[in-house]
Design a protein around this ligand. Structure first.
Ligand code: G6Q
Length: 550
């Protein structure tokens, strides 16, 4: 179990990696590729049709050996077993962490407090199937007898980002008359913009909230409820509102019949919940068979993670590379760039997964950590981002390890778009790795007929240091199965890093303070009540906004 042990940065494996870094940091990847024609094969691992090429990383065999030893010293194998077995590895909240059980397609028993959770999971999945099919077939109709075709998920954070990312990723699989919308932000604009687009008679609201106490979600849900009742009357609520929650009492209090509630459990963390009934909007959009294919893909990755030796284990390799750059190179940024328009929301989803899970400064030993934890994760769809932040990635003073994701086949094969897209992603990886020396830049300028003065002036500006790391993932196509694999892969990568850093990747205490303080400021904005004493900046800003709103 988790608990007191030597801090990882004091371990032998860590010290050995620190020393190893000193010699390796001088090596150039372009030289390593030149010297070793087998490098691409050596650092390449696959699972079914997904391939990870991690050869463009600043590693050699010794690096991998030492990193794997670190994983062993941190008892990663035991931690993996504990997670899958339903041990309470979320130590601050005393909870099991069982998103893997939600997609346990092998249906082997999984016990929490001596009780097998699989029957309940299967029952909710069956309920999701029944309901999503009834909506898609128009059997579950709106109050006025019309088919429900606008699906509006109201939720935030983990109850929004997963469904939003996955429905967008799988848009090609949407039922032909279905449209999905997401309302998350408390900003009234989020609500109004969606309500302006949909028709109450054909709209189904899914209120997704694990706790059913989240101020944004409840405020948005109340506004949507009023909008519906104003248009169709109170009895319409039963046909247009369903809830996904662990909190039956609050769901009832809100005015949603528990029969229209889909349950999930404390052992599912918000940001790990899209595999549960929180994925109801996904199931309605793409159909339950496709939803289950997504679960199948995730399960395949789970089995790979659980059963594959570490040197060939994709999430383990990714997690160790994350630790390598973060803790030994001191790199605090990390970019994920999917080269597929449908994966536009993947970086935002991963931002929560990675930064909320591992953005922690207290270890499981109840001590402040003395090493870096979660990096700043950012990203966006290629090629768009090549024309924005890639300047910094190529020539900035910080090195940003990148993950590139590319499907071999596009859902929209038009002209030569896809080949151009693929050429771009491959070019980025190669350019980051190779760079361009000042000498090469000068030669190029010479060939272009530039004068000696121009060449002397421009050659540095035109050079690229290179030696910048990236991973390239190739998948066949963005389909439900591949998406399931991809997302589960990142979940486990984050878990691996959390184990090495000896932190609880499954709580999120860091989001509490701001929430608490907002509650104390709200009455001051709404009336003349002066709540707690603020600093002069906050008090001044409260005063300013109030005067502008008069
Ligand atoms: C995720 C977090 C957080 C959570 C939201 C919404 O892991 O717990 O993002 O999902 O705060 O919470 P509710 O689902 O309870 O409304």
């Amino acid at each position: 179990m988790f608990g007191a042990k030597k801090e990882v940065n004091k371990s032998r494996a860590w010290k050995r990696l620190e020393n190893h870094y000193k010699s390796l940091r001088k090596l150039e990847m372009r030289d390593m590729f030149k010297k070793d024609p087998q490098r691409a094969e050596r650092y390449n691992v696959s699972l079914e049709s997904m391939v990870l090429d991690y050869s463009k990383n600043r590693i050699n065999e010794r690096t991998m050996k030492y990193l794997l030893t670190l994983a062993k010293e941190c008892k990663l194998d035991e931690r993996i077993k504990e997670m899958f077995a339903g041990d309470k590895i979320n130590i601050t909240e005393h909870r099991a962490v069982l998103h893997t059980a939600l997609r346990n397609r092998s249906n082997t028993p999984v016990y929490v407090d001596g009780k097998d959770v699989m029957p309940e999971i299967n029952a909710v999945l069956a309920k999701v199937r029944k309901f999503s099919e009834a909506v898609r077939l128009g059997e579950f109709k709106g109050h006025t007898g019309k088919k429900l075709t606008n699906i509006v998920n109201i939720g935030i954070g983990g109850s929004d980002l997963g469904p939003k990312m996955a429905t967008e990723a799988l848009k090609k699989y949407w039922g032909k008359d279905i449209k999905c919308y997401f309302i998350s932000n408390i900003d009234g604009t989020a609500c109004c913009e969606v309500l302006n687009e949909v028709d109450p008679e054909t709209t189904l609201f899914i209120v997704s909230s694990k706790t059913f106490t989240t101020i944004e979600t409840l405020t948005n849900a109340r506004t949507c409820r009023k909008w519906l009742v104003d248009a169709l009357g109170e009895p319409a609520v039963a046909k247009h509102f369903v809830a996904v929650s662990t909190n039956t009492k609050e769901v009832e209090k809100f005015g949603i019949n528990p029969e229209n509630m889909f349950e999930f459990w404390d052992f599912v963390g918000g940001r790990y919940s899209m595999w549960s009934a929180i994925g109801l909007s996904i199931a309605i959009a793409i159909g339950m068979d496709n939803f289950e294919k997504m679960l199948d893909g995730a399960h395949t990755m789970d089995l790979h993670f659980k059963n594959t030796e570490f040197s060939k284990n994709i999430p383990v390799i990714l997690g160790l590379l994350g630790v390598w750059y973060n803790n030994f190179f001191g790199l605090k940024n990390y970019a994920v760039i999917p080269y597929d328009q449908y994966l536009t929301y993947l970086p935002a989803y991963l931002q929560q997964l990675d930064m909320e899970s591992n953005g922690k400064f207290v270890s499981n030993n109840n001590e402040y950590v003395k090493y870096g934890t979660a990096p700043v994760l950012f990203g966006g769809a290629g090629t768009d981002v090549q024309h924005s932040f890639f300047q910094m990635i190529h020539q900035g003073t910080s090195i940003v390890p990148c993950d590139f994701i590319i499907p071999a086949i596009s859902h929209n094969e038009v002209g030569d778009h896809h080949e151009i897209l693929v050429a771009n992603v491959l070019a980025q990886g190669e350019a980051l790795m190779r760079g361009k020396t000042v000498k090469e830049a000068a030669e190029e300028l010479k060939k272009a007929g530039k004068s000696k003065e121009e060449i002397d002036f421009l050659k540095k500006f035109k050079s690229f240091r290179g030696n910048r790391p990236s991973n390239t993932f190739v998948i066949k196509k963005v389909d439900p199965y591949a998406l399931g694999m991809l997302v589960a892969m990142y979940e486990h990568k984050v878990f691996v890093e959390g184990v090495i850093w000896n932190i609880d990747s499954f709580d999120q205490m860091g989001v509490e303070l701001g929430k608490q303080m907002a509650l104390s400021i709200l009455p001051e904005l709404q009336s003349n009540a002066s709540g707690v004493a603020h600093d002069s900046s906050t008090s001044g800003l409260i005063k300013l906004v109030k005067s502008l709103r008069k």
